[in-house]
Design a protein around this ligand. Structure first.
Ligand code: OOB
Length: 554
């Protein structure tokens, strides 16, 4: 270990633990059990040792092997200088190494910060900077994109970031180490025993104001949601789960996701991408029983099966297709069972906590027409008007929630927390919901300034700020454009300063700033002025309505 002073540890001033009386209640009710991530894998390895935990292509790891690998990698990361309490940005696609990496970090007591594989320099700089990360673990190539020069640049710009570790070839950038070269003799002296009430890792918010926020999740709260989700979804040692979505997202991680599967002793099969060409053959070959997708992917799979574009695939082992992350139109929902021959489960969740599921045994109209009900009896749900007063039952209103796995505050974001949470600790989800007569929730809209592009969340302000950085942009406003396939796409309205840049120039400028590709606006219109609200703010509602009638598209 080296003796540099190191970045600040995660202390209670940086996040908002649950008030004592709530923590006591959740413990007394047996929801928070004191289980921690390092102990979780040790325990499952002892119980399910020779069962297959992870399948990635031709590679198969048992629980015992995953456990050994986590120890060896923890020793290697410790030698590199990563210590308990430090943050490490994990920027990995769906590969087996993702699992050994995260459990190695847990073993060390280091905290993963989960970047999405689609994230690029701009997002990684923000994450590594906000978390004061000491290391970034990425991959060599994502298709044609070389992550190594990007990672090296992030390292050069973030003072705390000492190491870049790469799954695959290290290449010749300075300060980049290959993961393979790291593994060392396991060392029990470095194993952490974290407090179960402490922060275990960070996930990302979809973002509404400025840049995405870091979401601190504790061992106690997250593992409760994992166990309860595995239970609701009926997972057991026969479960074979396909991670079709990026595994670091909350949905495929814990709803019930790969952690739910490892909890129950099942097998996680990784898919490099969610396309039918990749996933349908994998479902057949690996006898997949459960998987989770976003609505556009579900539609692609149904079309592929109906049109036979992937040949005759035997999907008869598939029992449940989970669909969530964005609105799944009821017409599409009704096609799942007849076309794919499996049950549909709708999942409405958020990285901040609350997850709702439709349940096995729910009537068809609930499964196809609602987004389910919360995991826990301890999830408190309020549906309120603009003044926080409850709306009449069945009417749409803002969804506020509080509970045993919903955070009480973002990390190092006191100003945002003041608006994103009520004084008594309810999280303002920004979603408009109504209660179905069955008691389940129906997502009816959204109040937050975010665009949901087929499950990928885009904070309007973040993109507007990038556009405003262009010297020829006077003002910019990003709104949702309805889309039959993705649900929504992005439409940027721009007021130019002097001569307008071309659309191509503007998009190239955004790419140059290192933005994830899904955040690049789908459409750009140049206008002379924005419609204004009564108080003079840009009226996004009017902009959305003006969509096809005004402005010049380039
Ligand atoms: C999931 O998590 P996030 O953090 O990427 O996004 C959360 C937001 C929700 O607030 C809501 O606006 C939207 O995504 N959303 C849905 C939905 N599920 C999520 N909107 C309509 N229908 C649904 N079924 O997206 C997420 C996390 C865990 C499990 C599932 C999804």
């Amino acid at each position: 270990m080296n003796d540099r002073p190191g970045p600040r540890a995660v202390d209670p001033a940086d996040w908002t633990p649950w008030p004592r009386e709530y923590a006591d209640t959740y413990r007394a009710a047996g929801l928070w059990t004191g289980e921690t991530f390092p102990a979780f894998l040790r325990d499952r390895a002892a119980r399910f040792g020779e069962r297959t935990a992870v399948v990635d292509g031709d590679l198969r790891w048992t629980y015992a092997e995953l456990d050994r690998r986590a120890d060896a990698l923890a020793a290697g990361l410790s030698r590199l200088g990563v210590r308990a309490g430090e943050r490490v940005v994990v920027h990995l696609p769906n590969v087996a190494s993702l699992f050994e990496v995260v459990f190695a970090l847990f073993r060390l007591g280091a905290l993963p910060v989960y970047a999405l594989p689609a994230h690029r320099r701009s997002e990684l700089l923000h994450l590594a900077g906000t978390a004061e990360a000491v290391a970034l673990i990425t991959t060599d190539l994502q298709g044609a994109f070389d992550c190594r020069p990007m990672a090296a640049r992030v390292r050069a710009e973030i003072p705390s970031l000492e190491h870049v570790v790469v799954v695959g070839e290290a290449g010749d950038e300075e300060g980049v180490t290959a993961l393979e070269a790291l593994r060392a003799e396991p060392d029990t002296a470095i194993l952490a025993e974290p407090d179960p009430g402490s922060v275990a890792f960070f996930q990302l918010s979809g973002g509404t104001t400025g840049l995405p926020k870091l979401i601190p999740r504790t061992h106690d709260d997250y593992l409760y949601s994992v166990r309860a989700s595995a239970d609701i979804c009926g997972l057991d040692t026969d479960t074979v789960y396909l991670t079709a979505l990026p595994a670091v997202h909350n949905f495929p991680m814990s709803s019930p996701g790969f952690l739910g599967v490892l909890h129950a002793g099942g097998t996680v099969v990784t898919a490099p991408d969610p396309s039918p060409a990749t996933c349908l053959p994998l479902i057949e070959r690996e006898h997949v029983t459960h998987t989770a997708v976003v609505p556009p992917v579900a539609m692609l799979w149904m079309d592929a099966v109906e049109h036979g574009s992937q040949g005759e695939r035997d999907l008869s082992d598939l029992r449940v297709l989970q669909v969530g992350g964005a609105t799944f139109p009821p017409e599409a929902a009704r096609r799942v069972a007849p076309v794919l021959g499996c049950a549909l489960q709708q999942v409405f969740g958020m990285a901040e906590g609350l997850v709702n599921y439709t349940r096995d045994g729910d009537p068809d109209e609930v499964v196809t027409g609602t987004q389910g009900r919360p995991i826990s009896d301890h999830d408190e749900i309020l549906i309120v008007d603009d003044r926080d007063h409850p709306v009449p039952d069945g009417e749409p209103g803002h969804l506020l929630t509080r509970g045993p796995y919903t955070i009480r505050g973002y990390y190092r974001a006191p100003e945002h927390n003041a608006v994103a949470f009520t004084d008594d600790g309810f999280y303002r989800t920004g979603d408009i919901v109504r209660r179905h007569p069955s008691g389940a929730l129906v997502v009816a809209g959204r109040a937050k300034d975010q665009i949901n592009r087929g499950g990928e969340k885009i904070g309007a302000e973040e993109i507007e700020n990038h556009l405003l950085a262009h010297p020829a942009v006077h003002d910019a406003s990003l709104v949702a454009l309805p889309d039959p396939y993705l649900g929504e796409r992005t439409h940027a309205y721009v007021i130019a300063r002097g001569e307008a840049p071309t659309r191509g120039e503007l998009l190239a400028f955004l790419r140059e700033r290192g933005l994830a590709a899904y955040k690049i606006p789908d459409r750009v219109s140049f206008v002379d002025a924005f419609p204004a609200t009564a108080v003079g703010k840009t009226s996004k509602r009017d902009l959305r309505a003006a969509r096809t009638t005004s402005g010049t598209d380039h």
